[in-house]
Design a protein around this ligand. Structure first.
Ligand SMILES: NC(=O)c1ccc[n+]([C@@H]2O[C@H](COP(=O)([O-])OP(=O)(O)OC[C@H]3O[C@@H](n4cnc5c(N)ncnc54)[C@H](OP(=O)(O)O)[C@@H]3O)[C@@H](O)[C@H]2O)c1
Length: 164
């Protein structure tokens, strides 16, 4: 499994239930990595999506404790065990964890690659993820040159689980 996220300099990823910034090139990076693949999200992230629907062109799984939850294009799972069972149908390289913080923090250790768009600014987040630089089980595999867009500077950084 892979993880894909955009985080600010304090590892913030969201504010008020939404994203911290709109970065078109990062949206394209996200689309290019996830299109045709399997994406996994928490219920709050689903609610932040346009129309509260799953993403088109992808197989969407949503984790929630609400057994009755239905959403267009989404398969609902109610526990991590149920999620693992569903995901066992797929090549792990084709599965992307797309947020939010609860899901990232619960499951990143099960990921071999973490695709993190690291924004070089404090964007006043209220929702944070683990600082992957502090996790000794992960190392940086690649990092792009800085990109400047919409008044922000960011890099596409890929972490690899050591030994993978
Ligand atoms: N920057 C980024 O890359 C990025 C990406 C995605 C999201 N975000 C942001 O992250 C924020 C949302 O993150 P969040 O942590 O608040 O919410 P979240 O992770 O999207 O969703 C949390 C919900 O998932 C369900 N859940 C989690 N673990 C579960 C488990 N073990 N069993 C059953 N259900 C489980 C629960 O739903 P129920 O309450 O229904 O039980 C829980 O309330 C938003 O601001 C969003 O914009 C940022």
């Amino acid at each position: 499994m892979n993880l894909i996220a955009a985080a600010d300099s304090k590892w913030g990823i969201g504010r008020g239930g939404g994203l911290l910034a709109s970065i078109p090139t990062d949206m394209k990076y996200f689309r290019d990595h996830t299109m045709g693949r399997v994406v996994v999200m928490g219920r709050r992230t689903l609610e932040s999506m346009p129309g509260k629907k799953g993403l088109p062109g992808r197989t969407n799984y949503v984790l929630t404790s609400d057994r009755d939850l239905t959403a267009e294009r989404c398969v609902t799972v109610c526990s991590i065990d149920e999620l693992r069972e569903e995901l066992s149908k797929y090549d792990p390289d084709d599965v992307f964890l797309i947020g939010g913080a609860t899901l990232y923090n619960s499951l990143y250790r099960e990921c071999d690659r973490l695709y993190v768009t690291k924004i070089d600014a404090d964007l006043d987040a209220d929702t944070f993820i683990t600082d992957f630089d502090e996790d000794p089980d992960f190392e940086i595999e690649s990092e792009s040159d800085p990109v400047h867009e919409n008044g922000l500077t960011y890099r596409f950084t890929v972490y690899r689980k050591k030994g993978k």
